[in-house]
Design a protein around this ligand. Structure first.
Ligand SMILES: Cc1cc2nc3c(=O)[nH]c(=O)nc-3n(C[C@H](O)[C@H](O)[C@H](O)COP(=O)(O)OP(=O)(O)OC[C@H]3O[C@@H](n4cnc5c(N)ncnc54)[C@H](O)[C@@H]3O)c2cc1C
Length: 323
């Protein structure tokens, strides 16, 4: 039998919790699980850390000033290891079976786990990272003028000239902060009905259409070339996000219209014992929200597990404890 964290600490032989995804939300959930001696494993498809690794400077994570994204992740991993936890890198969860009321099934390439509870923290898919949306040199300027998130990086461009492609709602957010905002159309189909071009223009955002042919700037972005013309901007926001795979819907979890997992304030999904946290539960897509939701999800799982133990001992539980 594989050794799960906590088995040696408590006289419990079963795997109590599987956390899927080791970004901000999953790491936070695992830190709480380690501190609470919950027998758990943390599965991660890649090396760990998720999208925070792409953030060059983070200014809006309260209590942490001016840190680079990877530094924040290192500090979370350090905290996890100090609490006795660890992460299973390069072990993606591939299949879920939530049909049994007793123990669930989480299958990876290497193993099949049977936990009593599951926390899903797999994040979302950024359209800016997909090849077909890619602009030449986009990655070279990431964090040096190119951003995928107006909510996150908007404050870094206060009083500057910026352009946005994708989600028009994020253009309104930038308009509150920046001196000049260009919206490069066409508006993607999913937003067209909700935000007509007239509404964009009425908000003092300059609407234009064209193709970005190149990014210009020595140390950071200073201009873009669009259809042969150079336009001076210091920020280019390539926005738009969607939920990743549909494996969770297939496993019976309720999703919203955009494919994000529906949860309540306890991070409970529609299936008892299954929780979700972080970007996968929908907007806002922020580190502080992901960290908070990861913590709440583990506390809810802890309550659920304790409730099961009490029931096994013959105690009748009150509703107040279960909710
Ligand atoms: C460039 C950039 C800059 C940003 N800057 C800021 C900022 O300044 N401030 C801020 O608040 N927010 C910022 N954000 C947003 C922030 O990064 C996200 O809100 C946060 O990363 C969400 O954390 P998460 O754990 O929910 O998801 P993620 O960070 O996406 O982590 C999900 C993890 O799950 C793993 N995974 C996926 N599928 C599986 C599977 N099947 N099995 C196992 N593992 C799986 C992934 O590999 C990943 O490691 C920024 C985002 C970007 C892209």
């Amino acid at each position: 039998m594989p050794s799960y964290y906590g088995l040696e600490k408590r006289n419990v032989s079963e795997l109590e919790l599987v956390i899927v995804g080791a970004g901000a939300a999953g790491l936070s959930a695992a830190i709480y699980a380690s501190l609470l001696n919950i027998n758990h494993i943390l599965l991660e498809a890649e090396s760990g850390g998720g999208l925070v690794n792409l953030a060059k400077t983070v200014e809006n994570f309260p209590g942490v000033t001016g840190k680079r994204g990877p530094e924040i992740i290192q500090s979370l991993i350090h905290q996890l290891e100090t609490a006795g936890g660890r992460l299973n890198s390069f072990e993606p969860a591939e299949e879920f079976d939530f049909s049994s009321g007793e123990n669930f099934k989480v299958k990876t390439g290497a193993d099949c786990y049977h936990p009593k509870t599951v926390i899903i923290a797999t994040g979302l898919e950024l359209l800016g990272l997909r090849e077909e949306f890619g602009i030449k040199d986009e990655r070279k300027y990431l964090g040096k003028g190119v951003s995928y998130c107006a909510e996150c990086d908007g404050p870094l461009f206060k009083g500057k000239r910026v352009m946005i492609i994708g989600n028009p709602f994020e253009a309104f957010l930038l308009k509150r902060l920046c001196d000049k905002v260009y919206y490069l159309g066409p508006v993607p189909a999913e937003f067209k009905a909700k935000v007509p071009i007239e509404v964009i223009e009425a908000n003092d955002i300059e609407y234009m259409e064209g193709k970005i042919e190149g990014l210009i700037g020595d140390k950071s972005l200073s201009a873009v070339t669009i259809d042969g013309k150079i336009l001076g901007i210091e920020g280019l926001f390539i926005t738009g996000k969607k939920a990743g795979s549909d494996i969770f819907g297939k496993a019976g979890l309720k999703l919203d219209d955009n494919g994000f997992i529906i949860v309540n304030r306890q991070m409970e999904t529609n299936i008892d014992g299954v929780y979700a946290a972080g970007d996968i539960t929908g907007e806002p897509w922020q580190i502080s929200k992901s960290i908070g939701e990861g913590a709440v999800a583990t506390l809810s799982a802890f309550k659920f597990l304790t409730g099961q133990e009490m029931r096994n001992l013959g105690w009748a539980l009150q509703d107040e404890w279960e909710r």
